[in-house]
Ligand binder design. Structure first.
Ligand SMILES: Nc1ncnc2c1ncn2[C@@H]1O[C@H](COP(=O)(O)OP(=O)(O)OP(=O)(O)O)[C@@H](O)[C@H]1O
Length: 601
């Protein structure tokens, strides 16, 4: 990129001069002494030879190239910096024509347009009988001159190529040289071009840095090749690998064909991307926006649930409980994790379904397979189709795919997935699905495809609601207190027996998840080493109260309090309406689970 010294330091233009003939070389040397704003590096070279010398001039620090005629045109084709063509001035032509007047025999001018066109005008003006022929490529010269010779021409005026060819054919070749005025003009033009060019470069570098700051990865594609990628793009993608993904290839081809903007969601490199392709002239501009990349931390701390989540670091959480159902579940986990058939986990909200799915994953995991969650209520038909066509499920054939709350799939997505799972290759992944108890009703009333259900529910795990296995509460409470201890660093180390009994008598509509939150509330509020019965009663009464409010048909929100208090009421109402399921409440409120919990405290 062109960078000039700043104002105070003066602006020195570093120019490479390629002189196609000796005379120009010499004259340039002379002029070099007269100009102080140019650092001229002068080389002798005609056409290819000259073009070769000019190669990589920008890399060598030159701001501009100055040359003449065919050599200048040739350099122009390759150069990334401006090329100034020393014009043949009227004086130059006049000088040569006057000289030629002394020659006997027919004369012609043969040259590139910059020479021949000026010459025509002057010949007309002076009423000279000199033929003028234009060439566009140096290879045309020989044939043109041979014809002239046949027609009886003896003198040929032109550029270096013309003169060289003329000599070979035994004609008199006269070179049109550029005089000092033309060279001075070209330096003036160089100054102007440099000014304009550096202003453009400044603009380009501003746009470049805007693009590089973008969170989006932006690439421009022409004929299957990437001709530009911003910083993010170059960091995130290997274009060849990306283009080999059928989804990207198809999208670029479609955009080239239809010339219409298109957006799709695409899975690539463990990540979901929103990909937008826009046609522009003969290119396609693609924008990649990360939909998310979820791992444990991201998921729990930052965000709402996503349609597709990767968890590379599932940590082992023992399934606590001494009840018979929990003991049975532990055995089932052991047995089912060794089998390839799908597992269907049924249970109320917050009752440990995901925990069981993760235990199955941990027992099967042999390398670094991620635990993959598909959230049914967010899984669109488009995304599912995309994952299928991208070969996503084959790629994660050794992973556990946890399809959460399968009953919330739309009928069309159910169908799509059912057809896919019927195919052999899909069965390689270990599918673990979860649903609330109501699923069998849905099968009966036809809102869930029976065959789909039968194909997935070969191995079933049922977790009874917490209220039906209250003997698990003691163990759970101890586990949660010890988990919370390092988090809050307070003094609570246990719970009084009578307080435990209070907990055991509660009906727990939000199951273990709700119990966990109640314990967190008690641990943060408790004044002593042991959680007291009174404290439990207070918290449970609040819960009861909230539930009752929820059941009252008309509930109003008291707007006399602070904004914080009103917000709390709204959140509580939504939470109750969602049967204390925090994920659902958070989703309805458009906040994440941890924010919801913090706001409730
Ligand atoms: N038996 C258990 N032992 C220890 N922790 C448990 C147990 N059951 C549930 N939990 C904890 O309770 C919380 C809720 O459990 P989980 O998310 O697995 O429930 P779920 O049934 O999948 O919920 P959802 O309604 O969101 O589908 C989690 O923090 C989980 O670790």
């Amino acid at each position: 990129m062109l960078i000039f010294a700043t104002e105070g330091e003066g602006k020195m233009i570093k120019a490479l001069v390629i002189a196609p003939y000796e005379g120009l070389f010499e004259m340039m040397k002379e002029i070099q002494q007269e100009v102080d704003d140019f650092e001229l590096h002068i080389e002798l070279g005609n056409l290819y030879e000259g073009a070769n010398i000019a190669k990589d001039a920008e890399k060598r620090g030159y701001h501009i190239i100055i040359s003449r005629g065919g050599t200048a045109s040739m350099i122009q084709e390759e150069s990334s910096i401006p090329v100034i063509d020393i014009q043949v001035s009227g004086y130059d032509v006049l000088r040569i024509l006057t000289l030629v007047k002394g020659f006997s025999g027919k004369a012609a001018i043969v040259g590139f347009p910059n020479i021949s066109q000026g010459a025509v005008t002057i010949c007309k003006l002076l009423d000279l009988d000199i033929k003028s022929l234009t060439i566009t490529k140096d290879t045309e010269v020989e044939e043109k001159l041979a014809n002239l010779k046949k027609l009886g021409y003896e003198v040929v005026i032109g550029d270096v190529v013309t003169v060289q060819a003329a000599k070979q054919l035994g004609l008199t070749g006269v070179l049109i040289t550029s005089g000092k005025e033309a060279i001075m003009d070209s330096l003036e033009e160089a100054r102007r071009a440099i000014q304009l060019y550096s202003r453009l470069q400044q603009d380009v570098s501003i746009y470049q840095s805007i693009l590089d700051c973008s969170e989006q990865a932006i690439g421009i594609i022409r004929e299957e090749k990437i001709i530009y990628g911003n910083e993010r793009f170059n960091k995130e993608f290997n274009w060849i690998k990306l283009y080999n993904s059928p989804g990207v290839k198809r999208m670029v081809q479609q955009t080239e064909l239809t010339r219409e903007k298109k957006t799709i969601t695409l899975h690539f490199d463990h990540t979901l991307w929103k990909l937008t392709a826009c046609p522009y002239e003969d290119t396609v501009i693609i924008y990649f926006e990360k939909d998310f990349k979820a791992d444990v931390a991201d998921k729990k701390v930052n965000g709402n649930p996503h349609a597709l989540e990767f968890n590379q670091t599932v940590s082992y959480t023992p399934i606590a409980g001494k009840s018979e159902p929990i003991q049975k579940i532990l055995q089932q986990i052991d047995k089912y994790s060794g089998m390839d058939e799908p597992v269907w986990i049924m249970g109320e909200v917050g009752n440990g379904k995901e925990l069981i799915a993760q235990s199955i994953h941990l027992k099967r995991k042999s390398n670094d397979e991620p635990f993959i969650t598909l959230n049914s209520d967010l899984l669109s038909e488009e995304l599912l189709k995309n994952l299928i066509s991208e070969g996503f499920f084959q790629k994660y054939a050794n992973s556990v795919i946890y399809l959460k709350n399968i009953e919330r799939l739309t009928p069309i997505t159910q169908k799509e997935l059912y057809h896919f799972l019927k195919k052999e290759d899909a069965k390689k992944s270990k599918w673990v699905v979860s649903s609330e108890d109501t699923i069998e009703e849905k099968v009966k009333n036809g809102t869930f495809i029976r065959d789909f259900y039968n194909s997935l529910a070969q191995l079933k795990i049922y977790i009874p609601p917490l209220r039906e296995r209250s003997e698990d509460i003691e163990k759970l409470v101890h586990v949660f207190i010890s988990e919370l201890h390092p988090k809050y660093g307070n003094e609570v180390v246990g719970i009084r027996q009578d307080a435990l009994e209070e907990l055991a008598n509660y009906n727990w509509p939000g199951n273990v998840e709700q119990l966990k939150h109640v314990i967190e509330q008690l641990v943060t509020q408790s004044q002593s080493y042991y959680i007291e019965k009174k404290e439990v009663e207070t918290v449970l009464n609040q819960l009861e109260h909230q539930q009752k409010n929820n059941n009252t048909s008309i509930t109003t929100i008291d707007i006399s309090g602070t904004l914080e208090e009103i917000e709390k009421q709204v959140i509580t109402r939504v939470l109750e309406a969602e049967e204390m399921n925090q994920s659902r409440a958070a989703k309805r409120l458009g906040i994440n689970r941890s924010t919801l919990w913090r706001k409730l405290k």
